[in-house]
Design a protein around this ligand. Structure first.
Ligand code: URA
Length: 250
């Protein structure tokens, strides 16, 4: 049996209105449970047993939602913002109103972002102790020092004295002059502007940044920036059981 919850909570979580609006709707006889008018908004519902409808429209209950978003530039990793569009508002087919991004990407960073309302999973993935590895693709201006790989693998010290854990660098294309280098970097933590600051320490500048993966979760190549899809059952299961498995390079 799924945990029971109040009818007003059920409908509020599914975005049907505020608690007081639901109460009013119930009072007016607009809500049915198993085909029978239910006027008590506080009535307990078992989402697996009961059929709830509003104005004749069935409203099923979804406890957790999980979406993979290819975050576009210009959108902030937040649930609300007064100036910019948020990553959560891009998930147009969401059912719940309590979704949030698991971690943050800068406004000008693209790529993989998990959007969910599963706080336990978010905690597992973000906990610094778990060392979930994140793989980034970047274009970098300025000449990479010849010992860049070794320095990154030993762990850099950022300009403000913050040490970073050992990470892994692959140079995909060595740039020169105006042509940026292309790299893949795997890090196990998520300090503020970490990738950009690591390259600053090496005397370079990140001009394009995209997250490719987080733990076992890999950005779906079919998703253009701004597009999203629900995670598969298998992805959800794997994330929960070993979200912190090292993906490849460390
Ligand atoms: N590192 C950064 O500098 N920015 C991001 O958005 C993610 C990692």
């Amino acid at each position: 049996m799924m945990k029971e919850l109040r009818l007003d909570k059920y409908l509020t979580e599914m975005g049907e209105g505020t608690r007081s609006q639901i109460k009013e709707m119930a009072r007016k006889g607009r809500i049915l449970v198993d085909g029978i008018t239910e006027k008590r908004a506080e009535r307990k519902i078992d989402p697996e047993q009961h059929q709830v409808s509003v104005d004749g429209r069935p409203v099923s209950y979804v406890r957790n939602e999980y979406y993979m978003l290819n975050k576009p530039q210009g959108v902030v990793s937040a649930t609300e913002d007064s100036r910019y569009e948020t990553v959560v508002s891009l998930i147009r087919s969401r059912k719940r109103d309590d979704l949030f991004p698991v971690g943050r990407l800068d406004i000008d960073t693209e790529g993989l972002l998990l959007i969910t309302n599963d706080g336990d999973l978010a905690h597992q993935l973000l906990s610094p102790k778990k060392h979930v590895d994140k793989v980034y693709f970047a274009q970098v201006l300025g000449e990479l020092p010849p010992d860049a790989k070794e320095r990154i693998e030993e762990g850099l010290v950022l300009s403000d004295g913050t040490p970073t854990l050992p990470a892994h660098l692959e140079v995909l294309r060595q740039g020169k002059e105006e042509m940026p280098s292309e790299i893949r970097l795997t890090i196990r933590e998520g300090k503020f502007h970490q990738v950009k600051r690591m390259f600053e320490t090496l005397g370079c500048r990140v001009i394009y940044l995209k997250r490719m993966s987080m733990g076992i979760l890999v950005l779906d190549e079919a998703l253009m920036p701004g597009e999203y899809r629900p995670l598969s059952e298998e992805e959800i299961r794997e994330l929960k059981s070993h979200g912190n498995t090292l993906r490849a390079y460390l």
